[in-house]
Design a protein around this ligand. Structure first.
Ligand SMILES: C=C(O[C@@H]1C=C(C(=O)O)C=C[C@H]1O)C(=O)O
Length: 249
């Protein structure tokens, strides 16, 4: 609701600068509070990071499940008209929280519309992350497999890099999908399997064509020589015999 004070033009001319100054003072006070709170939050993220320094199994510190819960929590309290702004802001906040535990590096491989994939990665990981484009999907996967950071790779881009998630890149998990309804790129990394987000499971399977009924409830994303990359809402276990290679929110 917007309150409008009815004033004569003269009165308005006199009081307006004061009102403006008063409003700006309120903003300054809030900014100071927000900076203090942000710094407190960063210190806590720091402490969480040190707690994670205990054996990690070579996993990166990024915890998609926790980030999903943080987002859900703040969005629950947000007015509908501020949801997009709150989400964008918190992606930044969380990105800086993670950066306190070590800078996140992201390699992006997207031969078609690279700017779109890059923008999506920037929105997801925030400005605190270091983003670089990669010309070779295998180099992006190798970078992520070494635990140096994570990779974002386009799907349906003429390279079935995702088949490697069942083979040489089995240490990597898909933990994010980018795209409106159907993902057009996926993020992969050495993510603790216990920290994958709640949502659809990502499958790489031989035989059958996802979407033809052979895999009930599956949605195909890409196929190559009898192998299929698909999504399912079935609660399959990552790394298990069903070919689950991760999960996306
Ligand atoms: C603080 C943590 O580390 C990272 C930063 C988060 C945050 O700032 O809220 C959330 C998840 C992690 O990616 C955590 O795991 O809780």
């Amino acid at each position: 609701m917007t309150l409008t004070l009815v004033k004569s033009p003269d009165e308005a001319a006199e009081t307006e600068p004061l009102t403006l100054a008063a409003l700006r003072h309120e903003i300054d006070l809030l900014d100071s509070e927000m900076v203090a709170l942000f710094q407190k939050r960063l210190e806590l993220a720091d402490r969480v990071g040190r707690a994670k320094d205990a054996p990690t199994g070579g996993y990166v510190k990024l915890r998609p499940d926790r980030e999903q819960a943080v987002l859900a929590h703040v969005l629950q309290g947000a007015r509908p008209d501020t949801r997009d702004a709150v989400e964008a802001l918190w992606r930044e906040v969380v990105g800086h929280g993670l950066a306190r535990q070590g800078q996140l590096s992201v390699r992006v491989w997207a031969p078609v519309e690279p700017a779109r994939a890059f923008d999506a990665a920037r929105l997801r990981f925030g400005r605190a992350a270091e983003l670089k484009t990669e010309r070779d999907p295998q180099a992006a996967l190798a970078f992520a497999a070494e635990g140096k950071g994570v990779a974002v790779l386009a799907i349906n881009a003429g390279d079935p890099w995702w088949m490697g998630l069942r083979r040489e890149w089995a240490a990597l998990s898909v933990f994010e999908g980018f795209g409106r309804d159907i993902p057009t790129s996926l993020a992969v990394g050495r993510i603790d399997p216990g920290a994958l987000p709640r949502g659809d499971r990502v499958l790489v399977t031989a035989g059958g064509d996802a979407g033809d009924g052979s895999g009930a409830g599956r949605r195909g994303l890409d196929t190559h020589h009898g192998w299929t990359l698909s999504l399912t809402s079935a609660p399959v276990v990552p790394g298990g015999p069903e070919g689950c290679v991760g999960a996306i929110a």
